[in-house]
Design a protein around this ligand. Structure first.
Ligand code: OAA
Ligand code: MG
Length: 420
């Protein structure tokens, strides 16, 4: 572990600080080039945009530019560490957007004294961008922030920790349930955590068939049940009539554990209480609710996933947000709606069942990858994600009426180089 710490700090510091930079896309070698790029030539697109704001998509980088914005109040599973401390994560999201889907990113860390101040800040800069990815903002404030910005902005606004995580979790969950020979309608689900990701994941699972009365959600005080009077409106949706109070109570006979909370909160001994072929998604980042080795030791029949790239079954929103925005930007969607999210779930889920090309196995140390307990969800390195997910999202945007451009002529994308 200390190796990882040193390597990670060295990676971020050297040879130059940070992980990405701005690049030029036009020639700048001659005086003529500069006269076009800047004064006096730059006045021409200025006039065109002033006449018709849509021209910003034609003459600037707006259409391929996403703002990754945080206030640092819920950085990964690390907590409220302030906006500047969130910058490595936001730059990291920029790396993933660019690397996997060719999307340019400005990361923006906001010092906001209130949700309203944050909303106002984002609203005022939103015209710069083709889309807004909200990141690592704590619940419950994130719900109000997202709602207000969706209402006030005419570009897609997407809270990644809610919807990106929910989409990828749902895709992996449907496949895991299938492998465990269970159906979502009957699954007893324990969700440890009641923050942004947890609430969004459970809502999406319900919209895909899970029964709200089969879901036991826990916050720091234990099971969220109908007798509690300390619940905000977002948690209250999941209050069940039950006498279960603790994680141990909830896990008895449960089919599924979803952890979106913090490190090492699931005791290995408690896994023994779960039903046959338990599904355990320990998705707290960077450290899961249970160490996978400990989980397997406690339950050899477990189907296990984490949020990390160094274990099998990485249930992480990296499989979602780059490709979802790619599709949304390419049809200039005005929103990322439920139809687009569900299209993404199915595109990701179905890809896991396709034979895995050799280069992906190679990128993961030569292990054989085949749909099964150790491979329920595609790997981020899989270039077929850029073929399947943006296409499904773009089509769903068109079908649901939020696209303002037709289906892209250059689709399906075969690689990140195909992005225009
Ligand atoms: O960054 C990640 O790996 C996933 C994520 O959004 C989070 O944990 O907040
Ligand atoms: Mg996040």
């Amino acid at each position: 572990m200390s190796d990882l710490r040193t390597d990670a700090l060295d990676y971020h510091a050297n040879p130059r600080p940070g992980k990405l930079s701005v690049e030029l896309t036009k020639p700048t070698a001659t005086a003529r080039d500069l006269a076009l790029a800047y004064s006096p030539g730059v006045a021409e697109p200025v006039r065109e945009i002033a006449k018709d704001l849509e021209n910003a998509y034609k003459y600037t980088g707006k259409g391929n530019l996403v703002a990754v914005i945080s206030d640092g109040t819920a950085i990964l599973g690390l907590g409220n560490l302030g906006p500047l401390a969130s910058k490595p994560v936001m730059e990291g999201k920029g790396v993933l957007f660019k690397r996997f889907a060719g999307v340019d990113v400005f990361d923006i860390e906001v010092e906001a004294e209130s949700p309203q101040a944050f909303i106002d800040t984002v609203k005022r800069i939103s015209c710069t961008f083709g889309g807004i990815n909200l990141e690592d903002i704590k619940a419950p404030e994130c719900f109000e922030i997202e709602r207000a910005l969706i209402e006030q902005c005419d570009i897609p606004v997407f809270h990644d920790d809610q919807h990106g995580t929910a989409i990828v979790t749902a895709a992996a969950m449907i496949n895991a349930l299938e492998l465990a020979d269970k159906v979502i309608e009957d699954a007893k689900i324990v969700c440890l955590g009641a923050g942004a990701a947890a609430i969004a994941c459970m809502k999406l699972l319900v919209s895909m068939g899970a029964k709200a009365e089969n879901i036991f959600m826990l916050d720091r005080k234990g099971v969220i049940h109908a007798g509690r009077d300390d619940l905000n409106e977002y948690k209250a949706i999941f209050a069940t009539e039950t006498d279960k109070r603790t994680l141990t109570d909830a896990l008895k006979g449960a089919d599924v554990f979803v952890g979106l909370s913090g490190p090492n909160l699931l005791p290995p001994a408690d896994l023994k209480l779960m039903a046959e072929h338990p599904i355990v998604f320990a998705c707290s980042n960077p450290d899961p609710e249970i160490d996978p080795a400990a989980a397997h030791a406690s339950r050899p029949d477990v189907i296990m996933a984490t949020g990390r790239s160094d274990y099998p079954n990485q249930v992480n929103n990296v499989l979602g947000f780059p490709f979802i925005f790619r599709g949304a930007l390419d049809v200039r969607a005005t929103a990322i709606n439920e139809e687009m999210k569900i299209a993404a779930v199915h595109a990701i889920r179905e890809l896991a069942k396709e034979p895995v090309p050799e280069y992906i196995s190679q990128a993961y140390g030569g292990i054989k990858l085949e749909f099964g307990r150790e491979y329920i969800i595609p790997k981020p390195m899989d270039v077929r994600l850029i073929e399947k997910v943006p296409a499904a999202v773009a089509q769903a945007a068109i079908d649901s009426g939020v696209a303002t451009l037709p289906y892209p002529a250059h689709y399906p994308l075969k690689s990140v180089e195909d992005c225009i």
